[in-house]
Unconditional design. Sequence first.
Length: 197
Amino acid sequence: MLGLVAYEPTWRAMQAFNAARDGSTEDELWLVEHPSVFTLGLAGRREHVLDPGAIPVVATDRGGQVTYHGPGQAVIYTMVDLRRLKIGARELVRRIEQAAIDTLAGYGIQAARRTGMPGVYVRDAKIAAIGLRIARGSAYHGVALNSDLDLAPFSRIDPCGYPGLASTRLCDEGVFDRISNVHARLAASLGKCLTPP
């Protein structure tokens, strides 16, 4: 649990970890929250950042478009060796989605995937976003699950490149839990989904 940490130094630390790892490096889950920041993926288009205001925009090296991170969002970075898991990027996304779905089910919330739109949804609103970078046979970046963060900044972007995409959070679904507990539950689900064969 790294706590509330700035986005960019954490991203650089992920890059360094991945560059230095070898076949004997253990996989890691980094549990964090970030101060308010918009992050723009490699395919991200600036026109999807509508009105950032005072919130910084960081162009990063993950896949996907633009998203928002802020306090009250449980972010877990999945530093995993795909060769060890014997899976590809698409299966990794599926497993991370499943971990989020399982975590939400533990809170009594029914969530699902949407075809062609990575992430996890409750009804028509996104509750968890996924963005990954695969390099040297390993993955970094990960998943962000909305717990009790301020959703207003999502109105300043086209979330994940989709104009008007609604967002929700655990507290809107009747779940009020400490962020440390949300992190712990999500990490346990990820551990089950990302265990090598």
